[in-house]
Ligand binder design. Structure first.
Ligand SMILES: CC(C)(COP(=O)(O)OP(=O)(O)OC[C@H]1O[C@@H](n2cnc3c(N)ncnc32)[C@H](O)[C@@H]1OP(=O)(O)O)[C@@H](O)C(=O)NCCC(=O)NCCS
Length: 171
């Protein structure tokens, strides 16, 4: 774990084309982490997962509906990533959700292990939230895998509260 003072010179900035390899690696790191805490033997991370994910994310970004921000240190380069996406209401949503409400979503958030608990996740979230607010989002959603208790504590610390709960059972 790297303490805050060791992360001096930390920069949060938008994703650039040259970051693709680092982004793929962090998306894979995130999926590996989710797989490591999976208690149901469902999650996996196949070899093309990172490339397929960044492709999908960049496609949405090209439509102006999403932004990726990276945290970068002088010493280790990119050490964190957040993906913030605006949500366009469907016809049915328009009939079911108050018109004053517009959603944004944090779809991916990852800090490399050695830099966790140094305040980088909080900083990435501040930038992502500011972007979503600027895009007109009144509420921000973030899904967390149930066994990922640490991430739940993180989001709760930032003022997020439970909204939907999803159940699962084996047939
Ligand atoms: C969850 C995650 C993004 C948090 O990022 P981080 O940079 O480590 O978090 P921060 O240092 O900004 O923490 C901010 C606050 O959140 C809370 N928090 C963060 N990690 C915590 C943990 N492991 N246990 C308890 N509280 C925690 C604390 O209140 C912390 O403030 P403090 O350190 O002053 O007490 C990071 O641990 C991570 O990438 N985990 C693996 C992937 C993941 O879970 N992604 C998110 C869900 S998809």
């Amino acid at each position: 774990m790297v303490k805050e003072d060791k992360v001096s010179g930390l920069k949060i900035r938008p994703y650039q084309a040259k970051d693709r390899k680092a982004a793929v690696s962090m998306l894979e790191g995130l999926k590996d982490f989710i797989t490591s805490v999976d208690i149901w033997d469902i999650e996996t991370r196949k070899s093309d997962y990172g490339e397929a994910s960044i492709k999908k994310i960049l496609k949405t970004a090209s439509k102006g509906k999403l932004k990726i921000f990276l945290a970068e240190t002088k010493r280790d380069g990119a050490v964190g990533l957040v993906v913030a996406e605006t949500y366009e209401k469907t016809e049915v949503d328009r009939l079911a959700v108050k018109s004053k409400v517009e959603y944004g979503e944090i779809t991916h958030l990852y800090i490399v292990e050695k830099y966790r608990r140094s305040g980088i996740g909080r900083k990435l979230m501040e930038i992502a939230e500011a972007y979503l607010k600027k895009m007109g989002c009144t509420h921000i959603r973030a899904g967390v895998f149930f066994p990922n208790v640490k991430a739940q504590k993180f989001y709760e610390n930032l003022g997020y509260r439970f909204y939907n709960v999803e159940y699962i059972r084996k047939t």
